[in-house]
Design a protein around this ligand. Structure first.
Ligand code: GTP
Ligand code: MG
Length: 253
């Protein structure tokens, strides 16, 4: 939850700038973005609407939140194997921040508008399912394919076929129907989400690699790339061993 001190700071900023829409718009946005980073979703809902600042998703944000909660709810309901064991370790949910979405649209040469953010790019809504074992990843994928309201548009198996840098994960792009209107005016509306499924080991690697990727001006790039690749392979070998151990343990009467 956002701390009340931070809320006060945001409020007093508004009081100090009663006509701030024009004067300190950039400043407000910076403050909001900073708070938004530590409290995803909360600040925008609270302040952007109140101050009349719409993010890139405009009026579709509540529908997006509903779709995200729907996906999480369905995974939670279907999150146990036949013998009652949890199929995943944890879920993480996010709506791509206004800033990252704009950055991605720019990078792809697309105009910054709702249609491109919600329909052309299909990862504004994102869910990550992190499992203990590789088998569980595939079991979750199978279950997700059968969810109501959901159609799978694309699947990429970077576990079977790791990226050249060693990245492993299973990706699904799905279309989810919503009672709410979509950007084309359809009711029920169509929204898109990216679901990433991976083991804890794969998730750990991706988080570390993501962190290192943004460190600029590294002199020994080549060695770092090689080492990252080696770590990815070591972790993949661990996943196989853990999977085998579970099989052996399950066979013991
Ligand atoms: P985008 O243009 O980013 O949507 O790429 P894409 O459509 O080819 O999708 P891809 O399935 O390759 O990647 C989608 C997402 O997976 C990224 O936004 C990252 O969250 C994650 N991802 C893909 N490759 C890597 C990688 O090498 N390292 C890490 N840490 N994450 C990755
Ligand atoms: Mg993508």
């Amino acid at each position: 939850m956002i701390a009340s001190g931070e809320l006060k700071a945001l409020d007093s900023r508004k009081e100090r700038h009663p006509e701030s829409r024009r004067e300190s718009f950039g400043n407000q946005k910076r403050v909001i973005r900073k708070a938004e980073e530590s409290h995803p979703g909360e600040v925008k809902d609270r302040y952007c609407y109140r101050w009349g600042i719409m993010d890139i998703y405009g009026k579709y944000r509540p529908a997006m939140e509903e779709v995200l909660q729907y996906l999480a709810g369905r995974v939670e309901e279907n999150g146990k194997s036949e013998n009652g064991e949890k199929l995943y370790e944890h879920l993480s949910l996010r709506i791509k921040s206004d800033e990252s979405m704009r950055e991605k649209l720019q990078r792809k040469g697309l105009e910054e508008n709702e249609k491109n953010a919600l329909q052309v790019l299909k990862d504004a809504i994102g869910m990550r399912v992190v499992c203990l074992f590789v088998d569980d990843v595939y079991e979750c994928v199978q279950r997700i394919r059968n969810f109501e309201r959901l159609k799978v548009l694309e699947e990429k198996d970077y576990i079977l076929d790791a990226k050249p840098n060693g990245y492993r994960s299973y990706h699904m792009i799905v279309e989810v129907t919503s009672d709410e209107e979509d950007v084309d005016g359809n009711v029920p509306g169509h929204f898109y989400a990216e679901i990433q499924l991976r083991t804890i080991a794969m998730d750990t690697w991706a988080a570390l690699e993501h962190e290192l990727k943004y460190k600029k001006n590294i002199s020994n790039q080549e060695m770092i790339i090689q080492e990252l690749h080696r770590c990815a392979n070591d972790l993949a070998a661990c996943d196989v061993s853990m999977q085998t151990l579970r099989k052996i343990i399950r066979q013991i009467p």
